[in-house]
Design a protein around this ligand. Structure first.
Ligand SMILES: NC(=O)c1ccc[n+]([C@@H]2O[C@H](COP(=O)([O-])OP(=O)(O)OC[C@H]3O[C@@H](n4cnc5c(N)ncnc54)[C@H](OP(=O)(O)O)[C@@H]3O)[C@@H](O)[C@H]2O)c1
Length: 262
């Protein structure tokens, strides 16, 4: 199946590893040019090289911190200046720290809002004129299953990404006439380095032990963690002409773990 992405230009956040890298690689494999974003320049440069080597396409590294308003503006401007158009924006990155809500101060909340919500607001706002100029476009936000099924200690992400879901639904109404779609993807447990960071015992401590892994796996009806490529597949479909009639939607992709009828 040709996704029809040849000649399209995408910005993909958090693209030096994990889910963002898989999305950038798949979009590039389908013929899109990709601006790949992350903070650390060296791993990002290596990721860009891997995408170019594997696909022979064009990829651009944009080292930036999406918590910064100026960086959000620079990401879109740099990608557009390089590729001369923009069709797809994938909002993806890391996430705020875990902890009890009662223990986060205003500064922690502010950082979480900048990271999870304002980055989406700013990058989308800067991207929209270019998407309109291209005759239509796609915005896909990566959040987490916990937005639909909150988990204790994930509250900073749950609260701020719930804002993203509301933002995305509203924006989808406002830009539909411009043939721009806006959707949100909520991954369950996906095998990336992040899982170790989130569920491991912390810096310098032993990795996730076998019992913890077995317990986590047992909570997933399909009996395994997802792969970054399985998230990338849905994102690429939504970003493609095949997804043209899907907008304002929120998808959980979680091996059946989400316990809800929607
Ligand atoms: N893995 C899972 O099971 C899972 C499940 C549900 C939701 N998610 C969500 O999906 C997203 C991606 O997860 P992942 O597992 O792929 O994470 P990951 O492997 O930790 O990758 C995160 C990527 O984002 C970049 N990044 C982090 N903070 C950034 C910032 N402030 N500005 C720009 N780039 C930033 C990182 O590079 P630098 O550090 O160099 O910036 C890296 O490229 C996260 O929001 C995560 O919470 C993941």
């Amino acid at each position: 199946m040709d996704l029809g992405l040849r000649g399209k230009v995408a910005i993909v956040g958090g693209a030096s590893q994990g889910i963002g890298f898989a999305i950038a690689r798949l979009l590039a494999a389908e013929g899109a040019d990709v601006a790949m974003v992350a903070r650390r320049a060296e791993p990002l440069a290596q990721a860009v090289s891997r995408v170019v080597e594997q696909n022979g396409g064009r990829a651009l590294a944009v080292a930036a911190d999406i918590r910064s308003a100026a960086d959000c503006e620079r990401i879109v401007a740099t990608a557009h200046a390089h590729f001369r158009r923009l069709d797809i924006l994938v909002n993806n990155d890391g996430a705020p720290p875990l902890g009890l809500l009662a223990e986060f101060d205003d500064a922690a909340w502010q950082r979480a809002i900048e990271q999870n919500l304002m980055s989406v607001v700013r990058l989308s706002r800067h991207a929209l004129p270019h998407l309109r100029a291209a005759g239509g476009g796609r915005i896909v936000n990566i959040t987490a299953l916990s937005v639909l099924q909150p988990i204790a200690k994930f509250g900073l992400s749950v609260a701020t990404w719930a804002g993203v879901v509301g933002y995305a639904k509203t924006l989808s109404l406002e830009v539909a006439a411009d043939r721009i779609t806006v959707n949100t993807v909520c991954p369950g447990r996906i095998a990336t380095g992040r899982l170790e960071k989130v569920f491991g015992s912390g810096a310098g401590a032993p990795a996730l032990d076998e019992n913890a892994l077995a317990d986590m796996t047992a909570s997933i009806p399909l009996g395994r963690f997802g792969t970054p490529d399985e998230i990338a597949g849905l994102v690429a479909f939504l970003a493609s002409p095949w997804g043209a009639y899907i907008t304002g939607a929120t998808f959980h992709i979680d091996g059946g773990r989400g316990a809800s009828l929607t």
